[in-house]
Design a protein around this ligand. Structure first.
Ligand SMILES: C[S@@+](CC[C@H](N)C(=O)[O-])C[C@H]1O[C@@H](n2cnc3c(N)ncnc32)[C@H](O)[C@@H]1O
Length: 268
């Protein structure tokens, strides 16, 4: 976040309104304990040779066979994650927005994976990337950290099903991009932010703030965010947000069956 007067005022107001430090000081202890648990973690299975065999996802196969032509640059473990969250869109009429085009190879990979009915919207700060436009690909040139750019981009791009942020990877770029685009993803859509590197990464801290909100437990005031956002998924360097396909009006804790143990008294 840029340190200027209006940002400092925003933060100061939030802290005052929520009594933020007092409410969260105990959570810092949990946070530190989690860090220490992970640092000292050991596992019964780490030294055992046998592992569950892994089948290459279609995207990884594409990547491994893509030996010539426009360059693609991805961490290898992303391919399984993409396939897990994207496979429901294969063959569908689907709009995809990727921030960060570089040498254009990922645009070709998405077209091959999703099929002829997909349209890709690529965004990059470098005007040279305009050359990757074709009948299935629209390229917009601009800075993902610039909210005015997003105003124009959102007028030019229809609602999208998938957003992949593989742009500049600076926390504030990632934050602005997420804030500006998340409300415009269609129900059932998926947001992916890539290359969140480092255990003290500010975007990572920002995203876990969303998790806190998802867990809000005020059944009288089910928030718009909870109605819209289905889930968040954290992997090394990559965070995925999925939207509800069918929006819930409330969370329902429900029971079936007639035989119950007597030791738990509801409301006691
Ligand atoms: C890691 S590369 C993208 C790789 C590509 N998606 C791939 O899979 O091969 C990052 C790209 O983000 C672009 N970029 C960097 N800062 C940006 C910004 N502020 N706004 C938009 N694009 C940016 C760079 O010009 C570069 O082309």
């Amino acid at each position: 976040m840029e340190i200027n007067k209006s940002n400092l005022l925003r933060v100061a107001n939030a802290i005052q309104r929520k009594n933020f430090f007092l409410k969260n000081i105990k959570k810092l202890v949990f946070w530190a304990e989690a860090e220490s648990y992970c640092e000292n973690y050991d596992d019964d299975f780490l030294d055992i040779e046998q592992e569950i065999p892994k089948e290459l996802s279609p995207l990884e196969k594409y990547f491994e066979n893509h030996l010539e032509g426009p360059g693609i640059w991805k961490w290898l473990h992303y391919f399984d994650i993409y396939h897990r969250h994207f496979k429901k869109f294969i063959g569908q009429e689907v709009n995809i927005l990727e921030v960060g085009i570089y040498s254009g190879g990922s645009l070709g990979m998405w077209k091959e994976y999703f099929g002829p009915r997909c349209h890709i919207y690529g965004i990059d700060i470098e005007p040279a990337c305009k050359c990757y436009e074709d009948n299935q690909t629209t390229v917009l040139i601009g800075d993902q950290e610039d909210r005015n750019f997003w105003k124009k981009a959102k007028n030019a791009i229809p609602p999208v099903d998938i957003i992949i942020d593989d742009g500049g990877h600076m926390p504030n770029q990632q934050k602005v991009t997420l804030e500006e685009t998340l409300p415009h993803i269609k129900p059932g859509g998926v947001y992916i932010c890539e290359d969140i590197h480092g255990d003290d990464n500010s975007f990572s801290a920002y995203a876990t703030g969303y998790v806190r909100h998802l867990n809000k437990f005020d059944l009288e005031r089910f928030t718009k965010f909870q109605r819209s956002i289905h889930s968040m998924h954290f992997y090394p360097f990559i965070t995925v947000i999925e939207k509800h396909g069918t929006r819930p009006d409330k969370f329902v804790s429900s029971k079936r069956g007639t035989l119950w143990q007597p030791f738990f008294k509801e409301g006691a």
